[in-house]
Design a binder for this molecule. Structure first.
Ligand SMILES: [Ca+2]
Length: 252
C-alpha cells in the first residue's frame, strides 16, 4: 500500500518556467518496504524568479556613494585619532610632572636631568638621566650607578614613576629606547623651576628655550618673562612645521 511521496531527484532548471517534466517522484510501498519510482510529476505551476544583474549605472552610483562616504569619514577618523593622541600626550606629561613634584617634595629641590633640557638628553645604552632619576633605577632594573648624577640626586633610589614600555621607542627602531609621547615624538622639552622662585624663565633653563624638532616656542606661546609654574613640558604638535608652529604644552 502506498503511504508516502518523496522527491526522488530534482532536475536543475533555468528560465522563467520549469519544464513540465521537471521532477521525478517515488512512492513508498509498505509491502516491499522500499521506494518505487513513479516517474515524472509535471511542474506546470513551478515558476523560477528571473535572474537580473546590476546595470552599469547602478554600479557607478554605488561606487560614487561609497567614495563620498569615505571622503567624509576618513578625515573625521584621522582627526579624532590625532586629538586622542594629543590628549594622551598631555596626560603623560602631567604624570611625569607629578613625579617631578613628588621628587621635589621628597628632597626639597627639583632634579637636574640634562643641560639640553630634553627628556632624552644625555641618554645612552646604559644611562637615561630623566628615566633614572624618576624611576630610581636603570632601564634594565639595575641599581643606579654609585656616584652617578641620578644616584646623587635620588639618593634614596625612590621610584617616583614607573615608565611603561609604551612610553619608549621600540628596540628595533632607528632610535631605540628613547622616551616618546603618544604622538611618537622623542624630542620633548622639560623645564623646571630650578631656583624655586615660582617662575620658569631663562634663569632656570638658560639663554633660550630648547628646540623640539628644530623649533622652539615663540613669545606668544612662552613669554620672555617666563611662566608661573614648577614644571613645564612641551613638544611639537602633529602636523606642525616651522611655518605653522604648534606645540603640546603641559604646565604644573
Ligand atoms: Ca625660576
Amino acid at each position: 500500500m502506498t503511504v508516502a511521496l518523496r522527491n526522488a531527484g530534482a532536475a536543475l532548471h533555468r528560465g522563467r518556467v520549469a519544464p513540465a517534466s521537471g521532477r521525478r517522484f517515488a512512492m513508498w510501498e509498505a509491502g516491499t518496504r522500499r521506494w518505487a519510482d513513479r516517474g515524472v510529476k509535471p511542474l506546470r505551476h513551478f515558476v523560477l524568479p528571473p535572474t537580473r544583474a546590476f546595470t552599469l549605472i547602478e554600479l557607478l552610483t554605488v561606487i560614487a556613494i561609497v567614495g563620498i562616504l569615505a571622503a567624509i569619514l576618513i578625515p573625521t577618523v584621522m582627526s579624532s585619532r590625532v586629538s586622542a593622541d594629543r590628549a594622551r600626550t598631555k596626560i603623560q606629561f602631567n604624570q611625569w610632572a607629578t613625579a617631578i613634584e613628588s621628587f621635589r617634595s621628597e628632597y626639597g629641590y627639583y632634579p637636574v636631568f640634562d643641560s639640553s633640557n630634553l627628556v632624552n638628553g644625555g641618554a645612552n645604552t646604559t644611562d637615561h638621566p630623566f628615566h633614572d632619576v624618576l624611576a630610581g633605577r636603570k632601564r634594565d632594573g639595575a641599581p643606579l650607578t654609585a656616584g652617578s648624577a641620578a644616584a646623587t640626586q635620588n639618593r634614596k633610589a625612590i621610584s617616583f614613576y614607573s615608565f611603561p614600555e609604551s612610553e619608549f621607542t621600540d628596540a628595533s627602531s632607528p632610535a631605540p629606547n628613547l622616551l616618546r609621547d603618544a604622538t611618537g615624538n622623542t624630542e620633548i622639552a622639560v623645564l623646571v623651576d630650578s631656583n624655586r622662585d615660582g617662575v620658569i624663565n631663562s634663569s632656570d633653563f638658560g639663554a633660550s628655550l630648547p628646540l623640539v624638532s628644530g623649533i622652539s616656542p615663540a613669545a606668544s606661546d612662552f613669554p620672555d618673562t617666563g611662566v608661573r609654574s614648577g614644571v613645564v613640558f612641551y613638544t611639537l604638535a602633529p602636523g606642525a612645521s616651522a611655518t605653522d608652529p604648534q606645540f603640546i604644552f603641559s604646565w604644573k
